[in-house]
Design a protein around this ligand. Structure first.
Ligand SMILES: [Zn+2]
Length: 182
């Protein structure tokens, strides 16, 4: 974990001064991870869930860069988005994903957190920790204090995004044909 943190911090430093290399990933460089499993989860989410794909497309070309990494989180917390920093023209957020989830749940949590990233994208006034908390204090429908002392906020939209991703992933082709939904 310490190594991961160091790597993530290093990636941030590098990203600030160096344009990201182009790649054949099914998402642009707004989503950045050094973790191969998370990259695979992103690709699976994009391939299998229309909701997930829509969130990634929404972030594409925007001014919010999302770093993603595995991180041991307080009990009962599976994912968390934090505001990192803003530089000229770009804002950086970090999505932490607890490493002990199966792929299905992990993709649902990532979908939920990507919706939060879209919320940051849609609120240009969020430029630091203070304005981040301010925005979420207005938008939140649920708040709690994490076991590590940090405040957490949630939005109805993010909860719905997670549920929609879950539905997308759960619907088999046969069920989709029967119900006439995607
Ligand atoms: Zn949330």
């Amino acid at each position: 974990m310490t190594t991961l943190r160091r790597l993530a911090a290093l990636a941030l430093c590098v990203a600030v001064v160096t344009p990201a290399a182009t790649s054949a990933k099914p998402h642009d460089d707004r989503l950045r991870t050094l973790d191969q499993r998370i990259e695979e989860l992103l690709q699976e989410g994009i391939a299998r869930s229309e909701t997930f794909r829509g969130l990634v497309q929404r972030l594409t070309g925007g001014d919010v860069v999302v770093y993603l990494r595995h991180e041991a989180l307080p009990a009962g917390v599976h994912g968390r988005l934090s505001f990192l920093t803003a530089t000229a023209g770009t804002r950086y957020v970090l999505v932490a994903l607890t490493p002990d989830l199966d792929a299905l749940r992990a993709i649902v949590v990532l979908g939920h957190e990507l919706r939060h990233a879209v919320e940051v994208l849609e609120q240009p006034q969020i430029v630091d920790e203070r304005t981040f908390v301010q925005a979420y204090e207005q938008a939140t429908y649920r708040r709690r204090q994490f076991a590590d002392g940090r405040m957490g906020f949630d939005t109805v939209a993010a909860v719905h995004a997670g549920l929609d991703v879950w539905k997308d992933l759960s619907l088999s082709p046969i069920e989709a044909a029967v119900t006439g939904t995607r």
